[in-house]
Write a protein that binds this ligand. Structure first.
Ligand code: GDP
Ligand code: IMO
Ligand code: MG
Length: 431
């Protein structure tokens, strides 16, 4: 297949970064199509750890083109710092191997300030638990037609007009929240300074990608977050502010939906979530603690402890359908080593009725209790396994049951954070 989309099929942190890095060997271009530096993707290559937020996870491999598409919201100051950090780790990043779409909206300091002020002002039960990076406010400005985009940095008069339009909206809003007005001249100076560093990477990404596609190059679309954080299909309002599902890959870079040949869903062998919101299989007991400790479940972006729970097959079946997932990469199987018994949620009980999907209404979601199936665990270690033959029989049974329940085959299996501790079943790029 020429072009593959990778999406998270749960609440994020499924191990997308590791798998995108692994798959990028087979790709020519790696493109981010939504989200921003709320993402945190950890790659481990020969023991060396790389933490990426705004940069595509393919950047670590040499000889690939990395692309930040228009569906992303970009904090230019963060990006330049991240580039410096990753460069200091020996990775080459130049305008030859990194392109930013000219129509990408910019996250400004005022977006982060608004995001954090709203979260602080929210009463218990209404907080979203955002990453505080200004993602939501920037997407609001995009659809409100008052965003400043990468291309606007090139012309002083346009930039000033855009700043005025944005401040017309933001200053009254800030007043209401008790934040001081934005210093117009200061913001324009800041933008003029950062423009020099960002503009060399700016490009008509839609055009470049369409040319690559016509030349038979392989494009790997890297999703951030997870389908249950999707603005439309996630557990609203406890979601992020973008579409994160596979359909977004096309609009997020400017390529036709027919150019997507394969959708790979990244699925953790159990469930985690950071931030607020419903989580039917959450474990608040020793099993939950054990998953968190063994899985090192702390956020890459905010350091927050991730909530942990059993695998929810009903939810993943749902997200596989919504993104048209052709195959999954099951990650962190090794974290389940040593459990006596494992539970999988197969459906929900809602007021005495069996439901095979999570309903949309918040009050119904809150009343859904998981219906579990139990499976025997395994005591052997699967950590670092690189072939099926290395897996204990009960681990294979668990994987097979997951496939049946989510109605989707396993294409890849991951057994440690290391790049090469990965078992290939079906190559998403194979014709
Ligand atoms: P992403 O946001 O989806 O890219 O995932 P994160 O990087 O935020 O979180 C996944 C974490 O699990 C990272 O620390 C990875 O290094 C780690 N990881 C990925 N795959 C595996 C695996 O198969 N086993 C274990 N134990 N850790 C893994
Ligand atoms: P990766 O790409 C996990 C969550 C936040 C919060 C909600 C809204 O690493 O999987 P936002 O700052 O986006 O407005 O926060 O979304 N969230 C993530 N959770 N992984 C992520 O990214 C996330 N990006 C945002 O915790 O609940
Ligand atoms: Mg993450």
């Amino acid at each position: 297949m020429a072009n593959v989309v990778v999406v998270g099929a749960q609440w994020g942190d499924e191990g997308k970064g590791k798998i995108v890095d692994w798959l990028s060997e087979r790709a020519d271009v790696i493109a981010r199509f939504q989200g921003g530096h709320n993402a945190g993707h950890t790659l481990v290559i020969d023991g060396k750890v790389y933490k990426l937020h705004a940069l595509p996870s393919g950047v670590v491999r040499g000889g690939k083109l990395s692309v930040i598409g228009n569906g992303v919201v970009l904090d230019p100051w963060h990006l330049i710092k991240e580039i410096e950090t990753i460069r200091a780790q020996g990775v080459e990043i130049t305008p030859e191997n990194l392109m930013i779409a000219e129509n990408t909206p910019l996250i400004l300091p005022l977006h982060g300030e608004l995001d954090r002020a709203r979260e602080e002002a929210a009463s218990a039960g209404t907080k979203i638990g955002t990453t505080g990076r200004g993602i939501g406010p920037c997407y609001e400005d995009k659809v409100g037609r008052r965003a400043i985009r990468v291309a606007d940095l090139a012309d002083k008069a346009t930039l000033e007009a855009r700043v005025d339009r944005a401040l017309q909206h933001h200053n009254p809003l800030r007043k209401g929240l008790g934040i001081e007005e934005v210093d117009r001249a200061g913001l324009i100076d800041l933008l003029a300074e950062i423009a020099k560093e960002i503009l060399p990477y700016a490009a008509p990404v839609w055009k470049v990608l369409n040319e690559k596609r016509k030349a038979g190059k392989r494009i790997l679309f890297e999703g951030a977050q997870g389908s249950l954080l999707d603005i439309d299909f996630g557990t609203y309002p406890y979601v992020t502010s973008s579409n994160v599902i596979a359909g977004q890959a096309a609009t997020g870079v400017g390529i036709g939906p027919g150019s997507i040949d394969y959708v790979l869903g990244i699925v953790k062998a159990y469930t985690t979530r950071v931030g607020e919101g419903p989580f039917p299989t959450e474990l608040l007991d020793d099993d939950g603690e054990r998953l968190g400790t063994r899985g090192h479940e702390f956020g890459t972006t905010t350091g927050r402890k991730r909530r942990c729970g059993w695998f929810d097959a009903a939810l993943v079946r749902q997200t596989c359908a919504i993104s048209g997932i052709n195959g999954i990469s099951l990650t962190k199987l090794d974290v389940l080593d040593g459990f006596e018994t494992l539970k999988i949620c197969v459906a929900y009980d809602l007021d005495g009725q069996r439901l095979d999907y999570l309903p949309t209404a918040a009050d119904e979601q809150a009343r859904c209790t998981p219906i579990y199936e139990e499976m025997p665990g395994w005591q052997e270690s699967t950590e670092g396994a690189r072939s099926w033959a290395d897996l204990p029989a009960n681990a294979i049974k668990y994987v097979k049951r997951v496939e049946e329940l989510i109605e989707c085959p396993v294409a890849l299996l991951s057994t440690s954070p290391e790049r090469d501790d990965t078992i290939l079943v079906t190559d998403p790029f194979a014709d």
